[in-house]
Design a binder for this molecule. Sequence first.
Ligand code: AMP
Ligand code: GLY
Length: 437
Amino acid sequence: MKVLVIGGGGREHTLVWKIAQSPKVKKIYCTPGNAGIADLATCLPISSGDINKLIEFAQKEKIDLTIVGPEDPLCKGIVDLFEKQGLKIFGANQKAVKIESSKSFAKYLLNKYGISTAVGETFTSYKKAENYIRKTGAPVVIKADGLAAGKGVIVCETVPEAIDALKLIMKKRAFGDAGDKVVIEEYLAGEEASFLAFTDGKNLLSLPSSQDHKAIYDNDRGPNTGGMGAYSPAPIIDRDMHKKIMEEIMLPTIRAMANEGRPYKGVLYAGLMIDNGRAKVLEFNARFGDPETQPLLMRIKNDIVPIMEATIEGTLDKCKLEIDNKAAVCVVMASKGYPGSYKKGMPVSGLEDVKKMKDVVVFHAGTDKKEETIVTNGGRVLGVTALGNSVKEAISKAYLSVSKITWNGVYYRKDIGQKALKRIELSPKLKEKAGKL
Ligand code: AMP
Ligand code: GLY
């Protein structure tokens, strides 16, 4: 088979790495890819948004399967357009992707079908939104309706902060059209987790649980980023919670989407807040998470290509995932200044040393090759991912590897996985179960 992967971040390197292990696959292309992906696939300078060029390429090269990483091409309808040309593609179609691209639609869906989420309302009028904030008080969360590169959600501790956030989104239009509408919702306390499942529109095949670290600084301080690290499994999602999430959130959601005339195929990602044994939906994404994909795919033993084909063909009920009992931890190494501005082009050293380590993979995100040297080319640069017999071992291995890699202006969080460790140490029962989901 010839496979095309669209995107060029850590998630896409992980997908390419996993697909390259499939005996079914002879050749992989990636657009635009990065320096790490280039070791496994032929990278082409076609942007993820240039759908006409991508179709032209897929037709010319007779690509058997295309896999979409980021949300932008999904929102532009890449899946519908490929399918129209008879090209096989893995991802949510334009109607289904609305679950990610419109927070007000997601809220409408969750409320209509009684799926647990934060209490909230949607506004198109600034004045009405302001009145609602004054009435409900703080803490409160203000969300731009549309896609805003992960920056459109502002958690506000006070009413004046919330009004400022509202002005930023609706009046100053900091996120453009994405702020024509806002969702204002109650602040939820608890622990966040990511829950991903393949779905063919009827059947669900859940991936292991995982947890992201969205804030830039240790102890979840500072502005949100795309994600500074992740681990799997997330001990907060034990067997009972896993079952509850499948029965009360994931299954009702794909049924609701079908009922709304938006049948969902691909991978569905629910961002959850878990508190006191209850999970509530914070958001949905219509794609693999980044960096959750890095630890998740390190733990999946199956060939992922037949799973993706079954997702497209509607035969997921015949598939089963085989999960490694080991834990996986991914530490994102970033450019100093991210998620704000940062320098590019810094030579990266130490990668060869880490290549020799067992159960460690360095997934590239923002990297490029200048002559024979790998240089930084983005905010998130590398996702150093390790497997271990316990979360503790995986953390040690990941950080040992991180310590060998450096560049001028490297930054990474020092506490990836600590939340999982604390939870496991709190509960002897969890200690027993750790690594099983
Ligand atoms: P979202 O893109 O909706 O997942 O929001 C981004 C981040 O904002 C989440 O990962 C949470 O950390 C935080 N967040 C979103 N909604 C809420 C909420 N209702 N209560 C508390 N934190 C939230
Ligand atoms: N890690 C968060 C996301 O992929 O949206």
